[in-house]
Design a protein around this ligand. Sequence first.
Ligand code: NAI
Length: 333
Amino acid sequence: MTTITLIPGDGIGPEITDAVVEIFNAADVKLNYETENAGLTAFREVGNLIPEELVESIKKNKIALKGPLTTPVGEGFRSINVTLRQMFDLYQNIRPCKSIEGMNTKFANVDLVLFRENTEGMYSGFEIFDERNGIADAIARISRTGSERIIRAAFEYARKHNRKKVTIIHKANIMKRSSGLFLKVGLEVAKDYPDIKTEERIVDNMCMQMVMYPDRYDVLVTTNLFGDILSDLAAGLVGGLGMVPGANIGEDIAIFEAVHGSAPDIAGQNKANPTAFLQSGIMMLRHLEMFSEADRIEKALFKTLADKEKTTGDLGGKATTTQFAKNVIGNLE
Ligand code: NAI
């Protein structure tokens, strides 16, 4: 039986993790879970944000399902999420955003898959503060290799999943060298995929395009910061942050997680919507080629979401996190 590393995480993390494991068990998903802590929870327990046992567990199992981790704003430690992505070179951050039938959202036909470069750009971690002059600098490193591998991953995905178009998103008009390099590499890589339509968009225009005509877009590929922002925007198109999953994928290690954070405002209240985390789990099952289990759980999830009363408060329903999990289990066929 496959063993995965399960990281419940901070804030609402443990609540949504319990919900997902309960649903997986009810659906008879044959997985072993090696539970490890990270972030604030680990710090409180063992005085280490990224314990050695966690790193070893991920290296050994190669697959992890990770709850959200809190990162203090401004001062304090560096994001554990960013650190883990860089530590395991998880350069692909894949965030699908698809409308779910029966859900009351502004658009009914959104089907986007966003590929975000996950290890460089504005999140490279090169920040300098010149205290004397009150000036802060951040270096957005863009490399040819880093750009090429994420753009190629987006095109390969498009080809494999019969997608029609890849949109390269950039700000090459202003950041001519860095974002310009990303665009240049993108247009070069596109030549290897004549079967897929390629287009490019400047990121600010792309924001407007996505809120007005999301159905015109298909696979998107962009640098780290733009991808982070655009994926939350895309989440808003299909029901909000409680809905959308994400995968961080490298050469041989993959960590699946929801797009949302630890939601401290609702933590510990049994209010969180576990859908995004469950969808991340479903992505993980497909990655492990457990297709029938993934399809069965997804069907039960979509059936639950189509009945507003049975959803959580963020979707206008009345269910608690635990009740929502029971509703999904009740819909398993
Ligand atoms: P957030 O995503 O935690 O919350 C934003 C808003 O969405 C809040 O009102 C929250 O209640 C709501 N929300 C989020 N997930 C929800 C869910 N499953 N069900 C219902 N409502 C939900 O973003 P925020 O507040 O900016 O960040 C909180 C913490 O999470 C920060 O420390 C941040 O660094 C961290 N974070 C971690 C991420 C990760 O581990 N991958 C990703 C994003 C943020």
